[in-house]
Design a protein around this ligand. Sequence first.
Ligand code: ADP
Ligand code: ZN
Ligand code: ZN
Length: 844
Amino acid sequence: MPKVAKVIVDVPSRETDRPFDYLISESMRGWIDVGSRVAVPFGRRTVQGFVISLSDHSELSLSRMKPIQELLDHLPPLPPDLVDLAEWMSHEYACSTISALQVMIPAALKGKAERYIRYAEPKQDTDVAEDEPDWYSDSLLQLDEEKQIIDYVKASGPVTVAHLDQRYPGQSVIIKQLLKQGILIESQSIKDRMKIKTVKTVVAAVHGEEAEQAMASFNAQSKRQKEILAFLLEVEVPIGMQELLSTLGATAGTVKKLAEKGFAIIEDVEVFRDPYKDRRFKASKALSLTPEQQAAYDRICETVDHQAYGVFLLHGITGSGKTEVYLQTIERCMQQGRQSIVLVPEISLTPQMVERFKGRFGDKVAVLHSRLSAGERYDEWRRIREGQVMVAVGARSAVFAPFPKLGLIVMDEEHETSYKQEETPKYHARRVAVKRAMQHDAVVILGSATPSLESYHAAKSQTNESFAPILLEMRERPSGSQLPKVEIVDMREELKEGNRSMFSRGLHQAILDRMERKEQAVLFLNRRGYATFVMCRTCGYVAGCPNCDISLTYHQKSNNMRCHYCGYSEVAPSVCPECGSEHIRYFGTGTQRVEGELAKLFPGIRVIRMDVDTTSEKGSHEKLLQAFRDKKADVLLGTQMVAKGLDFPDVTLVGVIAADSSLNFPDFRAAEKTFQLLTQVAGRAGRHLLPGEVFIQSYTPDHYSIIHASHHDYLSFIREELKHRRNLSYPPYCRLILVTLSHENLQLVVRMAENFTSGLRGRAQQRGWFGGLDRFTSDAFDILGPIASPIPKIKNRYRFQCIVKYRGDLDAIDLVREITNETLEQLRDGLLQISIDVDPAMMM
Ligand code: ADP
Ligand code: ZN
Ligand code: ZN
């Protein structure tokens, strides 16, 4: 059996981002495996680590190697495929392996080192040098207080310092003395943040003849014990201690006495916390598929049945029944004994969504939700790890669900940016899903009414071997209901005609109608409206960058506008450069303001506001939606949260207060995001019998993203948008790496950012990488910047960024990492930070 374990330690630094060799003690050898979590000595500390491989050899001599201190779980928490995946992520996202491993396990297993005091066993070994003092046998030398403490620790096993302090107050001097003498020793151990939940159970330990003898052995004093044993013999199976005590009116002491005699066994049995245990889910059966659904399902199942790798892009309009296709494919996998992961954006992980999976597959479904308590989340995770469930539904990180036989990964609303993690490791769940599917010969379904340009382009061009989804389309709704009629309202006209309110006259009237008809409305306000841009309310002019085709961001303090891609800046105008109007100002509205306006303009209107403020509490999201479903309100007003996955039969009106706020976000994906959002929100209206109506208010009603969204015309939008991306060389025509440098000292960070960029430029030139982006050759490379980050200072650290664009087989990530390390070496003050974001979702 292998003697050496290669361990990735939980020490977040560049120098420690490699495996370290540890000796596996004899007794651990059978237990330790790839993926095991261990406590190891590291320097003077004890840290947690993960075994990534086992070996018989090491470059270190066996005598110099330290042994693994502790094995933290009997079953390795990570299966080998996830350990491989972590190493892949470390390369693909230029992150440390430990950060990738950590994101795969629930928070409960992120152990924390704790200090213990234990008794040092005196050496019994007579082979050891005779002159070694046998201090404890000479107990006359010990003070009474010392003896007390020693005896206590000896009996209780390792105790924390705090515990000892509490038990022997004011005796810290003595404890310290004992530590100095080496009679007590201090050690560290890794403690899980969360314990497995257990209940005490009792079961009879005697049977047949033995039981009869036992029953005969009781006397008058032990009558109660006899009763209990009789009861246990009758029920046969283990019974909860609490239940036993309350049924018989007995005390725990009596049961314990019974156990001491060897007649009963008291055991801690682990239980799973089920966050959905009190919920009833409406059971649902497989629906008979429409021809479109059937065609998609058949094509996917072809691959599923071959147990082969495959990626499908299911492009289906809102309400086309994509979820039913997911459900039936999951069932198919289940019949083959293979498990499925369903990924949904966090904000659409609503009870409605959960209900559809729980309703179909009952307790075969685990739900991984950020709102679960750490304990609940941990238990759901264990049910997955132990193969007790067949489906895991969850947000981004559920892509790491450690299923033993993964057959399918569904990614609903695949275009959502929340699939990209903004913190290290900055992975995208779509890429990880595809990689996992390759490892397992599994299938990925990417579903959306508005697929991301990346996925759609990959499906159409089929040029990327590892990511070339097969496109499946669904254009109709099973219900036969039509997509709602969408009206674009030109808010400039409204102002011209004297309407200064945030509601156009059309939307105003439509809201009044719904109140009268007792139907409901959803009003949508873009959260991205936080970013402020400068706009003329008379003509709709928006100040944009001359070089980058994106809007400038307004900075109130300096009263200027800046481009966050190229660094261009100018003073904010006081009159519109286009029409001369003075109604030019910076923009940004909040949901609270809209709520106030509604109350003022529509007396008696009942509004439910749903935004980060009103949904921060656990369960509040569900409660608000339930109240709306119960028709306790006329209007549901909210941010992104109201755009996704909601299905209410009485919603016949959708109003978008200001479509422009996402359009003018300084991001090359602004048009795409706007189109997706408008399509999503519009899809909330008229999903059932009643026809729907949609108002989109805008100051730039001619923008192609708004016009195509109003016609539900994905293809026209995508054609136009791809043209723009191609002209400006942005994804999907290249990949991006965003590098952000930060430091407390402005001059230093500017210098280092320049060093970094020129270092990268030089090395790329040496390799002959430069150019080609505009010529659409297969290999291409360019660097933009350095420029100040959109948020130039965070927590007193100045931030500068540069953007790498590349295409083809160039190992740009590796090179960026290399130059990053070199740049950090140049300064070595420990204060310079360089963050690398591969395929960034946001350019902040
Ligand atoms: P999507 O996820 O594509 O937006 P949904 O899965 O929410 O669409 O489906 C919309 C509605 O159509 C749901 O109420 C669903 O129950 C219903 N539905 C889906 N498939 C069928 C079918 N084959 N027959 C009847 N109703 C269906
Ligand atoms: Zn103007
Ligand atoms: Zn610019």
